[in-house]
Design a protein around this ligand. Structure first.
Ligand code: GLU
Length: 416
């Protein structure tokens, strides 16, 4: 009997591939594969009706060789140790690829925030921060938003931490509200980066943005902004989905009007400017680029052979499984890997952390120009590495990142 590989198995397979490309020892592989610190905490919460529930929370610090841990906190029913392990490892590579002075970490609480009130989510967040207090800090591990969390969550996070240390410490989290020292441009940074990398990938294939057609899976923190930036730049966003359904318009969806519809109704379906479509078909549309920007494991061995787009841009973390990726690769579909495509978030998190520490704030233009320059430079480096070593973009990006982490580790040496 074969079991389906977990996200952590897939992440380790990517590291194994980097080992083959770079040629380092099995000992070093073991060192890079093993998370430095894994924490599981109980998060007891008093419900609004007076009853008590105990949730399970996690924080995994995968690697610290290049700096403090960095990575988001996810609130979702799907959160478990294996998922957090995989996501923490991806954060290590993402930060190193962007040359940020961070290691990788990730956290989460296993619950569905849609089933809890705002007051309950505040209590859950504060208790989780309290439990993690000894192992987080602006020089230890700096959380940020991820699936199911936002600037409000980070404000509670910062406040709880600050109450414990006895002074306001904005550097403990990124993705904070701008009014609390958050950075301009952070909220839309992941989406903007997805747009930059989509444009770069299409340009690489000789497709102009004005001629490009795109389908975006997800209309949340990443997909909504990405679709909007693409629409504004002249790309035709022909299909968009959310958890409730998908919509299609061959002439391109007006993303501003769709945004208003979603703010009113909470869903993309029934939008007057498009027709309904089968959400299963969205990633299989005959468009130039598909952008999975929602959850993991949506391009798998079961549908990868039917992807017709020339480019897959991974707005989400881990949307393509290892076996799905192999099929896309064989078929010559270009995949812009998550650690590059969605790295705008952690990149601008870094800018925010620097601003929080300096108490000196950048204007939006500085943030976005810096982001564009940094991401396009990394795009060029990844393309260059992939040509030089005859590997695909994921193999190139992971290898470049792994090489940097390994180098830092070797220079520091093994203690004691
Ligand atoms: N959660 C985002 C990610 O997966 C951002 C992490 C951060 O800003 O630290 O990259």
């Amino acid at each position: 009997m074969t079991t389906t590989p977990t996200p952590y198995d897939d992440a380790k397979a990517q590291l194994k591939r980097a080992q083959e490309i770079l040629g380092f020892s099995d000992d070093d592989y073991e060192l890079l594969a093993t998370p430095r610190r894994e924490i599981t905490v109980a998060v007891p919460v008093k419900r609004d009706d007076g009853t008590k529930t105990v949730l399970r929370g996690y924080r995994i610090q995968h690697n610290w060789s290049r700096g403090p841990g960095k990575g988001g906190v996810r609130y979702s029913e799907r959160v478990d140790m294996e998922e957090v392990r995989a996501l923490a490892m991806l954060m290590t590579w993402k930060a190193a690829l962007l040359n940020l002075p961070y290691g990788g970490a990730k956290g989460g609480i296993a619950f569905n925030p849609a089933e809890y009130s705002k007051a309950e989510i505040e209590r859950i967040t504060r208790r989780y921060v309290h439990e993690l207090f000894p192992v987080i800090g602006p020089d230890i591990d700096i959380p940020a938003p991820d699936m199911g969390t936002d600037a409000q969550t980070m404000a509670w996070f910062m406040d709880t931490y600050s109450q414990a240390v006895g002074y306001t410490q904005p550097g403990i989290v990124t993705g904070k509200p701008v009014s609390l020292g958050g950075s301009l441009g952070r909220a839309e940074a992941t989406s903007l980066g997805v747009y930059f990398t989509t444009r770069a990938a299409l340009g690489h294939l000789g497709i102009e943005e004005n001629d490009a057609t795109v389908a975006v899976q997800g209309f949340g923190k990443v997909g909504r902004g990405a679709a909007r930036f693409m629409d504004k730049a002249g790309m035709k966003v022909v299909a968009i989905s959310d958890v409730f359904g998908a919509i299609y318009n061959a002439d391109g969806i007006d993303t501003d009007a769709l945004g208003e519809h979603v703010d009113e109704t909470g869903k993309v379906v029934d939008f007057a400017g498009a027709e309904a479509m089968d959400p299963e078909e969205l990633l299989l549309l005959d468009v130039d680029a598909v952008v999975p920007a929602a959850i993991e494991a949506v391009i798998t061995k079961d549908n990868a052979a039917d992807v017709k787009a020339r480019v897959v841009v991974e707005g989400a973390n881990g949307p393509t499984t290892g076996s799905g990726d192999a099929i896309l690769n064989e078929r010559g579909v270009m995949v812009v890997p998550d650690i590059l495509a969605n790295s705008g978030g952690v990149l601008v998190s870094y800018y925010e952390w620097v601003q929080s520490r300096d108490n000196f704030f950048w204007d939006l233009e500085r943030v976005q120009k810096s982001q564009e320059a940094a991401m396009l430079a990394v795009w060029d480096e990844v393309v260059e590495f992939s040509k030089e070593h005859s590997v695909n973009l994921r193999e190139a990006a992971v290898s470049m990142a792994v090489e940097r982490v390994l180098d830092a580790h070797k220079m520091r040496g093994l203690f004691p």
